[in-house]
Write a protein that binds this ligand. Structure first.
Ligand code: SAM
Length: 341
């Protein structure tokens, strides 16, 4: 296993050997493998090479082939506005403190436990991936945006975080073997793709049978106040936004948040029942929802099975989100377990 000292002595683009074993050329079958060379990946069977781009390990594919052009537009947007950026986080200690102080990420790390393999799809600048690499976990963060991954890699190198690896990839053309990760997470991402339902279907097979799948999405009801604020922000200015008023201190980070929330080139909104449908289509059993569904007892362990409640309870929960999580973007998280195993 790679040590922190090893990472320090490697280049910024160091890929953890355990993660390397889960990679393949995009579009190849799962028997294919990749080796890491000085400035890229190589398929030893075919000799095909996948050079790093701007110093970022890259297995990017399928962007130009997207006939909706959403993937290219979203990539360009997040190249210009890497999200969420590292404001206020000087070192790994700051990041860990912030992660432990956030009830959701703290419970997530606790539920994941130790020595697991975790895939984060759409990791942005990589904070969650770096945090989850605690406890001996090995994490792969993938994203379209090289400028976001560059910030992730810079932080990783500076703090010698050996077990977090970052590779540029497109969710619709993943260079990852099926059934290789204990946990697959994608939060705040699938609603920026050309087809969130298809994107979900693309990431689930990367979880091992019995593995955990976690998806965070904009809520259909909770997101309404953001649309109302979007009509006013040009007149009133960014302080109409609760997060800018109460959470963010850094001007550049505030600018990126406002762009992400109010000027995004593409976003879709989703409901709990819709995601339950995706779970059923992809053989994922429902475990829980965050914030919890009204009338259901939140399980102490984030990965314990809980009751999804009745449809009126789910509707009432989401209508309630118009006055609660809407202030911070209306992201709700659903957790499931891939069947089998
Ligand atoms: C709002 S940011 C969320 C970043 C991070 N998950 C977070 O919550 O802080 C959305 C990210 O999804 C990435 N993304 C969007 N579509 C993608 C795709 N098809 N493949 C990979 N990443 C994608 C974007 O590049 C961007 O970094």
């Amino acid at each position: 296993m790679a040590s922190a000292e090893q990472a320090e002595s490697q280049d910024d683009a160091f890929v953890d050997p355990l993660i390397l074993g889960a990679l393949k050329p995009p579009g190849a079958d799962d028997g294919a493998r990749l080796v890491r060379e000085a400035s890229g990946f190589r398929d030893p069977a075919t000799g095909a090479t996948f050079p790093d781009r701007d110093g970022i390990p890259s297995l990017i594919a399928g962007v130009a082939e997207d006939d909706t052009a959403v993937t290219g537009r979203i990539q360009a947007f997040y190249e210009e506005h890497p999200f969420p950026s590292y404001e206020g986080l000087q070192d790994f200690g700051d990041l860990v403190e912030r992660g432990r102080g956030n009830p959701f990420s703290a419970r997530l790390l606790q539920a994941i436990g130790y020595n697991k393999q975790i895939l984060e799809c759409g990791c942005g600048t990589g904070q969650l991936s770096q945090f989850l690499s605690l406890n001996g976990n090995h994490v792969l963060g993938i994203d379209l945006s090289r400028s976001s991954l560059a910030l992730a890699l810079e932080f990783k190198r500076r703090n010698a975080i050996a077990r977090a690896s970052f590779v540029q990839m497109n969710i619709f053309a993943l260079g990852i073997k099926d059934a290789t990760f204990d946990v697959v997470i994608s939060s705040g991402v699938l609603h920026h793709t050309k087809d969130a339902r298809r994107a979900f279907a693309a990431i689930v097979p990367k979880a091992k049978p019995g593995g955990i799948v976690i998806v965070g999405l904009y809520n259909r009801y909770g997101r309404l106040p953001t649309a109302w604020r979007a009509r006013l922000i040009g007149l009133v200015g960014p302080r109409i936004d609760y997060v800018v008023r109460h959470r963010i201190r850094d001007a550049r980070k505030a600018e990126i948040w406002i762009k992400d929330q109010y000027y995004n080139p593409h976003e879709t909104w989703h409901s709990i029942d819709e995601v339950l449908g995706w779970f059923a289509e992809n053989d994922v059993d429902y475990l829980g929802c965050h914030p919890p569904i009204l009338g259901t007892a939140p399980a102490p362990d984030l990965f314990a099975a809980s009751d999804p409640g009745s449809w009126p309870a789910r509707l009432a929960t989401q209508l309630g989100w118009i006055g609660s999580i809407s202030a911070e973007g209306a992201l709700f998280v659903m957790i499931g377990r891939r069947r089998g195993g």
